[in-house]
Design a protein around this ligand. Sequence first.
Ligand code: AMP
Length: 233
Amino acid sequence: MTSLIDQEINISAPVQAKPLAVILLGPPGAGKGTHAGPLSQKLGLPHISTGDLLREHIHGQTELGRLAKSCMDGGNLVPDDLVLTMLFDRIERSDCAKGYILDGFPRTKPQAEALDSYFGTKVQVAALYFSVPDKLLIERIIGRITCKDCARPYHLHFDPPKLAGICDACNRPLFQRSDDQEDVVRRRLEVYHSQTQPVIDHFASKEGVFKEVLAMGNKEAVFQDTVRLITTL
Ligand code: AMP
């Protein structure tokens, strides 16, 4: 299959006077992580996933990693103050000077408000809401496997690797996230509806920054739609 970034999309990223913050919103399993990598290459902006940053802390056995692990294993959110400090540290780095793609952040109303204050008028925002009906999400998430090395996502049934358990791109082993078990996924969806849905409403009420991507269809079509929506906001 042709990779998403190899395909010809006749729209290039807009010339930005201000840094561009692309915010990928939507429930777990909606495809934010799947599209963030190719989008990062297409727009030349770093992909910043708060879930990945937290998993790095867990792997590195830091104090934050220890605190985050118990929240993540239960399908609950990590406290706002910890996530905010981690996120702002990351976007202050020099590779973020032209902008970045946020995946999995903000996830609560206080996180969205903290981001608004940080942006002020100095950042251009494109908030994209990946909508997928709940009944499809569980099926998508519990079959999800990811490369340990390059983080490329696959699905056991919908998007399997050529060789079972091995990444097509870098030949490294694939793994299933511990919070992708069905009972934890159900809890993550509850948390999404109670704590993250208000964030969607928050961005939807802002003029000229918000678009909905119908994300249940074909992966390539969803990607092309996403690029088109960002560049026409
Ligand atoms: P993700 O990789 O985005 O699915 O996130 C995995 C888990 O990391 C979530 O279920 C939360 O426990 C935690 N997490 C990631 N991003 C955030 C965030 N912005 N706020 C709080 N917790 C988060």
